[in-house]
Design a protein around this ligand. Structure first.
Ligand code: NDP
Ligand code: 8G0
Length: 381
C-alpha cells in the first residue's frame, strides 16, 4: 500500500507498507529532496527481506518526503514533522507499522514526530516509533547500531577468510549516522578509516579520521565536511570528486543509493580493495557489483550488512513492550550476535544453493524463503 501524505501537492509525503507476514511494517522515514515514490518503493521492497534476515518479528516498509531539511531552523523542522505526522498517524501503530529515522531524520525529528502522535491520539504508545531519545523510551545502541553492525559484519567476513581488521585502511562514504559509527567500530576493531564524505566532497586524513572532531562538525554543529579539514592539519578536503579514488582495503559505502558505480568499483579493485561492505541501502550499482565479483572482491549487500539498525529497532520494540531497559553492553552483545548470525546464514545459504561466497545470492534466497513461507502459511488473499 502506498500512501500520499500532506496537504498540497507541493510537499508530498509517502509511506509504503510492503509486507507484514513476519510482523508490523518496519522501516525508516527519509527527508531528502531526491525522495519520490519509486525510491520509497525500492527501499521498502529491500526492507522486507532485510528484516526477515534479522530473525526478528518485523515486516517491511519505508516512507519519507522530498522536504529538504538543510538550512532549516529547529522550529521549521518541528512544524514539518508535525504536519507529516498529522497525516501519517492514522496509518501507523505498535501492531501496524513502526517508522524510524533514515537520511535527514534523526533523534530530533523522531522527538517531534512522537510528540505530535501523542498529541493527536492521546496515547503514550512507545512502540509506535523507534530511534526515540534515551530519556523517553529509546534504546541504548540504536544510534550506533547500523555502523557498528556493518563493522561486525565485515569482521565476520574477515574471520571466514582467516583475516582481520588489524591495520587495514578503510574508506567510509558519507558522514551521517551510519558513517560515523561505522568509523568508530572500525577503529575499535583495529582498522583505520582514512576518508569520509558528504554531498559537497570528501576529506582524506592519513593519520586516521579523528572521530571527536567529526562528531563535533557533523552532529553538534551540523556543518559541512570541509570544516573537518580546516581544523585538522593532517587532513585535506577535495571538493566534488569520488571518495573511491582514495586507496583502501575495505570500502564501506554509507551515504546513499547508486553512489558507487562501475568505474568507481574498477578504481577500488585496481587499488587493492578486498572487502566492500554496504552500510547504505544499495549504494553499489549492478555494474559495480559485477566488477567486484569478477575481481574477487568480497562483497556484502546492504540488506545483510546494514541490518543491525533495524534489528536494534526491534530490540527497542522488545524493551518498550516489556517496559524494560537493557544496558549498553548487553545490547551491543546482542547486536554482534545478530550480525554474526546473519553472516552465517547468508554464507551457508550461498553454499547450499551452489554459489559459495556469493553473499548477494545468500541474502536474497534466505530472506525470500522466510517471507514466502510465512505468506504461504497465512493463506491466499
Ligand atoms: P544521514 O542523514 O545521517 O547521513 C547521510 C549522509 O550521506 C550524509 O553525509 C549526506 O551528506 C550523505 N548523502 C545523503 N544523500 C546523498 C546524496 N544524494 N549524495 C551524496 N551524499 C549524500 O543518514 P544515515 O547515515 O542514517 O543513512 C545513510 C544510508 O544508510 C542510507 O542509505 C540509509 O537508508 C542507510 N541506512 C540507515 C540506517 C540507520 O539506522 N540510520 C539503517 C540502515 C540503512 P549531506 O549531509 O551533504 O547530504
Ligand atoms: O529502524 C528502522 O526501522 C530503520 C531506520 C532507518 C533505516 C532502516 C533500514 O534498514 O534501511 C531501518
Amino acid at each position: 500500500m502506498a500512501g500520499r501524505l500532506g496537504r498540497g501537492a507541493d510537499q508530498p509525503g509517502f509511506r509504503v507498507e510492503f509486507n507484514s507476514a513476519l510482523g508490523p511494517y518496519k522501516g525508516g522515514l527519509r527527508f531528502h529532496p531526491s525522495v519520490n515514490l519509486g525510491i520509497v518503493k525500492f527501499l521498502g521492497f529491500e526492507q522486507v527481506f532485510k528484516n526477515a534476515l534479522t530473525g526478528m518479528p518485523i515486516g517491511g516498509g519505508k516512507g519519507g518526503s522530498d522536504f529538504d531539511p538543510k538550512g532549516r531552523s529547529d522550529a521549521e523542522i518541528m512544524r514539518f514533522c508535525q504536519s507529516f505526522m498529522t497525516e501519517l498517524y492514522r496509518h501507523i501503530g505498535e501492531y501496524t507499522d513502526v517508522p524510524a529515522g533514515d537520511i535527514g531524520v534523526g533523534a530530533r525529528e523522531i522527538g517531534y514526530l512522537f510528540g505530535q502522535y501523542k498529541r493527536i491520539t492521546n496515547r503514550y504508545e512507545s512502540g509506535v516509533l523507534t530511534g526515540k531519545g534515551l530519556g523517553w523510551g529509546g534504546a541504548l545502541v540504536r544510534t550506533e547500531a547500523t555502523g557498528y553492525g556493518a563493522a561486525f559484519f565485515a569482521q565476520a567476513m574477515m574471520d571466514t577468510a582467516g583475516d582481520s581488521f588489524d591495520g587495514k585502511r578503510a574508506v567510509v562514504s558519507g558522514s551521517g549516522n551510519v558513517a560515523v559509527y561505522g568509523i568508530e567500530k572500525i577503529h575499535q576493531l583495529g582498522g583505520m578509516a582514512v576518508a569520509c564524505s558528504d554531498s559537497s566532497g570528501y576529506v582524506v586524513d592519513e593519520k586516521g579520521i579523528d572521530l571527536d572532531l567529526l562528531k563535533q562538525v557533523k552532529e553538534v554543529e551540523r556543518g559541512r565536511i570541509e570544516l573537518y579539514a580546516e581544523r585538522r592539519g593532517s587532513a585535506r578536503f577535495v571538493a566534488g570528486g569520488s571518495v573511491w579514488d582514495v586507496p583502501c582495503e575495505v570500502a564501506v559505502p554509507s551515504a546513499t543509493q547508486n553512489e558507487l558505480d562501475g568505474d568507481a568499483a574498477k578504481v577500488l579493485a585496481a587499488n587493492g580493495c578486498r572487502y566492500v561492505v554496504e552500510g547504505a541501502n544499495m549504494p553499489s550499482t549492478p555494474e559495480a557489483v559485477d566488477v567486484f565479483r569478477a575481481a574477487g572482491v568480497a562483497f556484502a549487500p546492504g540488506k545483510a550488512a546494514n541490518a543491525g539498525g533495524v534489528a536494534t529497532s526491534a530490540l527497542e520494540m522488545q524493551q518498550n513492550a516489556s517496559r524494560d531497559r537493557w544496558t549498553f553492553e548487553h545490547s551491543e552483545a546482542k547486536l554482534e550476535e545478530i550480525m554474526r548470525g546473519i553472516h552465517t546464514r547468508c554464507h551457508q545459504t550461498a553454499e547450499e544453493y551452489g554459489a559459495p561466497g556469493d553473499l548477494v545470492l545468500g541474502a536474497n534466497v534466505a530472506g525470500f524463503l522466510e517471507v514466502a513461507e510465512a505468506v504461504h502459511a497465512h493463506g491466499l488473499i
